[in-house]
Unconditional design. Structure first.
Length: 226
């Protein structure tokens, strides 16, 4: 499909009420960039495009004009099975991501197949001057490295990040709250010793207290550390 045909299809799937609702959730995105296509429809469309293999012009046409085009591009990347190819495509798209939703929904499964190579790239992304590249890197540590590939070094790496950016700090808090539920013994010291920035410290406790994965006893203790 041509780029114009892809865009025409996206507009045919638009839901005006959903556009208004979703626009309010993403203050960093101009509402004129939002078409109003629901995520399941975008995933279905990505599956169709992937099967036809008629999207090379589309993924090379960066930056995209619309938010849904960024998401569609991301869903196409998720279908790549080769690690190196997937990483190359991510490198091209990441600099153009301008919101938390696109950033957080982008989790290609093939990335978990090469944890050492991915970790090297994560360390590079964390030094980026792009807000959502840094957020994506922390999200990868949350998604792929809090179970079998966990290392305390990851906690140290994230704890050292200092930023004035809300969407980076929120992801740090989310990361540590999840780490408390999965790697409590290694993580709790970062809270008791207040090794995070004051805002992230409080937000981590808030998110942990809201988690169904953490016991009431631990929640009570965390509240005492506010």
């Amino acid at each position: 499909m041509t780029n114009d045909e892809i865009r025409e299809r996206l507009f045919s799937l638009a839901d005006e009420d959903y556009k208004v609702f979703h626009s309010k959730l993403m203050p960093t995105v101009d509402s004129e960039r939002i078409i109003g296509v629901r995520t399941p429809m975008l995933r279905t469309f990505a599956k169709e495009l992937h099967k036809s293999a008629e999207y090379s012009d589309f993924i090379n046409d960066l930056p995209h004009k619309y938010y849904e085009e960024d998401n569609l591009h991301g869903f196409l990347i998720e279908k790549i099975k080769d690690f190196d190819e997937c990483l190359n495509e991510l490198e091209r798209l990441l600099p153009f991501i301008d919101n938390w939703a696109t950033c957080d929904m982008l989790r290609p499964k093939c990335l978990k197949n090469e944890p050492e190579k991915l970790y090297d790239k994560i360390c590079q992304w964390l030094t980026s001057n792009k807000v959502y590249t840094v957020r994506f890197a922390i999200g990868c540590l949350l998604s792929y490295y809090l179970d079998g590939h966990f290392s305390e070094e990851h906690l140290k790496l994230v704890s050292k990040i200092r930023s004035e950016e809300y969407y980076i700090n929120m992801m740090i808090a989310w990361y540590f709250a999840t780490a408390l539920s999965k790697q409590y013994d290694s993580t709790i010291g970062y809270i008791t010793e207040r090794r995070l920035s004051p805002w992230v410290h409080k937000k981590t406790i808030q998110k942990a207290v809201e988690s169904y994965r953490i016991s009431d006893e631990v929640k009570a203790y965390l509240k005492s550390l506010r």
